[in-house]
Design a binder for this molecule. Structure first.
Ligand code: ACO
Length: 209
């Protein structure tokens, strides 16, 4: 077992509701699929291209394999995968992936929030909860987030959370059928000694329910 897993994070109250993070479960499949199929137009432009097609990759039947793969990587210590719950219901995902230990102690962070829950601080709360967990309990030193320059809401989430822009990765990721440039944002633990959650609460953007 690696440090920081399994765990439940939150709750944290924001405008959209009460945000909690927990590991993916086998029975999340139907809700996960319903949201992903419904929100295709809103999600697809920012996510890695689905080789097998959107509807197939996001079908309820595809979930057990994805769940089992996430669980395996979480057990091996290369991933910290979470479902985002708003008021107790699955409303998105946030994942820390490609955890490299040794003298790097680094990983990426990525997320999505259901369209009908967006704009109310959910992603910002999830990033704060998971960033603090990664730096404290999982022992990481640096987190990196890559985002398309066109993705205004995600860039806002990162800058609001204190992630710094470090550069532009050319033709970095196959998104919506093409190799797309991505901005790289990063944060190291020294920059947030008191944590992101405390800062959100101090700014009045979140509170402990
Ligand atoms: N341009 C700039 N800012 C915007 C825009 C826009 N077009 N639209 C909304 N915003 C702002 C909002 O006003 C808000 O900022 P504020 O609180 O200062 O007003 C901010 O963007 C969004 O913050 P939250 O409410 O915390 O975020 P939300 O819960 O809405 O989730 C997310 C944001 C995850 C990006 C959501 O829109 C989503 O799932 N999009 C589709 C998938 C996606 O893009 N995922 C991110 C990929 S990149 C990565 O994972 C690192």
């Amino acid at each position: 077992r690696h440090p920081g897993w399994p765990v439940r994070l939150g709750p944290l109250q924001v405008r959209a509701g009460t945000v909690e993070l927990r590991g993916p479960r086998l029975f999340d499949g139907s809700t996960w699929s319903k949201l992903r199929i419904r929100d295709r137009a809103y999600l697809e432009q920012w996510e890695p291209t689905a080789q097998e097609g959107w509807d197939q990759r996001n079908a309820t039947m595809s979930w057990p394999a994805q769940w089992s793969s996430l669980r395996g990587m979480a057990r091996r210590g290369t991933t910290l995968p979470f479902m985002i719950l708003v008021d107790g219901e699955v409303a998105g995902q946030i994942t820390i992936g490609n955890i490299v230990r040794g003298s790097l102690l680094s990983a990426w962070i990525g997320y999505w929030v259901a369209a009908d829950r967006a704009g109310g601080g959910v992603a910002t709360a999830a990033v704060a909860l998971l960033t603090d967990h990664a730096f404290r309990d999982a022992g990481l030193h640096r987190l990196e987030a890559t985002v398309r320059p066109e993705n205004g809401p995600s860039i806002r989430v990162l800058t609001k959370s204190g992630y710094r822009e470090e550069g532009l990765f050319k033709r970095y990721l196959d998104v919506a059928g093409q190799w797309r440039d991505h901005l790289c944002f990063a944060l190291t633990t020294e920059e947030v000694p008191d944590g992101l959650v405390r800062r959100l609460v101090a700014r009045g953007e979140a509170r402990f329910p």
